[in-house]
Design a protein around this ligand. Structure first.
Ligand SMILES: *Cc1c(COP(=O)(O)O)cnc(C)c1O
Length: 394
């Protein structure tokens, strides 16, 4: 098992598996991205927007009530839910938006499933004065009306995708096609640490601010590093963002919580790291859910942000090298944790983030009282209140 990261590979995962036309476009993007890393002006703007637009640093909140109730470790919540637009996704769109602008692009295109990434992209497009096309499965458009309204209010065009199942995977294909056709003027703003190089590296770099802040904040509050960092995993951007700074700290446990949906045996889940096979999906190689014939399977989670059959290649590498601790939470556990956090701390989390909360609620007893566990609260739950209320409270 290789664990080196070079040429867009993370060990055996990542890379670029695309037709030559797209390969060239992405090579240009990779070059521009490399340049931006040492561009003082770019880095200054990025830092500025993190602060004044996204509202960073986000608080590291000591969850005193939950800590007392669960009788386990000291629990801290990294409050990405308090960012502008209500999740960690804003960190990534600020970075890629600035890069696109610097490259002279005038339009941002993106795919979205539940609409969260579409809203974040439409937001930064509005701020930067760029056009914005959001590709969304026709089925998802019907299911996610409030986010569709938000995108349109922000000035974006929402383009329904009817090919295939009319869901996220088909929206990605449509957005990639549009990107190739129009790449001189457009930037494809990918929403997670997935896809062909340079996206997994670039998105991780724009999200690693989360872990850097956790380190500073916990050192100030506790004078030592945490025992564990816990995050939910869809594509893996909030997880790698919170964890990246701690990868060299061998004493810090990194816990990836995947969506078990209706359970492994039901076949309806999103356990890409736990049950996936090395496969090429959307132009890169990673642990992916496949059937007996090696065809990509549909994933499932009640939290649509976690509903993806692949996963970021860097997390695949960390899993294979044994650095990552895998865990999972079912739909039912996530909903239970959603209501639990709402009632014990007065914080309504996103259903995605509730998977990470479910982990600590279930596993608190395996930790010592002196341990410190940081749970990355990737987003707020406004978008999920109707679903949870109708299904479980009423
Ligand atoms: C999109 C989303 C996720 C899943 O995406 P990752 O790239 O795995 O972080 C998790 N939480 C929230 C709140 C989201 O909006």
């Amino acid at each position: 098992m290789k664990t080196t990261t070079e040429n867009g590979f993370f060990g055996d995962f990542g890379g670029v598996f695309l037709p030559p036309a797209l390969e060239k476009v992405l090579a240009d993007l990779a070059t521009e991205y490399e340049k931006s890393k040492t561009d003082k002006d770019f880095q200054k703007q990025l830092k500025h927007l993190y602060q004044v637009y996204a509202n960073r640093p986000s608080t590291l909140y000591f969850a005193e009530n939950m800590t007392a109730d669960l009788k386990g470790p000291k629990i801290y919540l990294k409050r990405e839910d308090l960012n502008h637009t209500g999740a960690h996704k804003i960190n990534n769109v600020i970075g890629q938006g600035l890069l696109a602008k610097k490259m002279g692009k005038t339009k941002l295109i993106a795919e979205t499933g539940a609409g969260q990434h579409g809203v974040a992209t439409a937001t930064i497009a509005a701020y930067l004065g760029m056009e914005c096309d959001i590709y969304m499965g026709a089925r998802d458009i019907d299911a996610q009306k409030p986010n569709v309204y938000r995108m349109k209010i922000l000035g974006a065009k929402v383009i329904p995708v009817t090919q295939g199942q009319g869901t996220l995977k088909d929206a990605v294909d449509a957005a990639l096609t549009a990107f190739v056709a129009d790449y001189a003027t457009t930037h494809y703003l990918l929403g997670s640490a997935v896809g062909p190089h340079p996206y997994p590296t670039m998105v991780r770099d724009f999200q690693k601010i989360v872990g850097q802040e956790i380190r500073q904040q916990i050192m100030k509050m506790e004078g030592r590093l945490p025992t564990s960092i816990v995050a939910c995993v869809g594509g893996g951007s909030n997880a790698i963002g919170a964890m990246y700074d701690f990868i060299p700290e061998k004493n810090v446990e990194l816990v990836a919580v995947e969506p078990a949906g209706r359970g492994l045996l039901s076949g309806r889940h999103g356990l890409s790291l736990a049950a996936g096979k090395p496969t090429v999906i959307h132009g890169y190689k990673t642990l992916t859910l496949v059937d007996d014939k090696g065809e990509i399977k549909e994933s499932y989670s009640a939290a649509s942000g976690l509903d993806y059959p692949g996963v970021g290649p860097e997390l695949s590498m960390l899993k294979e090298s044994g650095r990552l601790t895998l865990s999972e939470a079912t739909d039912a556990e996530a909903v239970d944790a959603f209501v639990y956090l709402s009632r014990i701390e007065g914080i309504i989390p996103a259903l995605e983030s509730a998977h990470a909360v479910a982990y600590i609620k279930r596993e608190a007893k395996k930790y010592k009282k002196t341990d410190i566990v940081v749970v990355n609260l990737s987003g707020r739950g406004d978008k999920d209140v109707e679903h949870v209320y109708e299904t479980f409270i009423k």
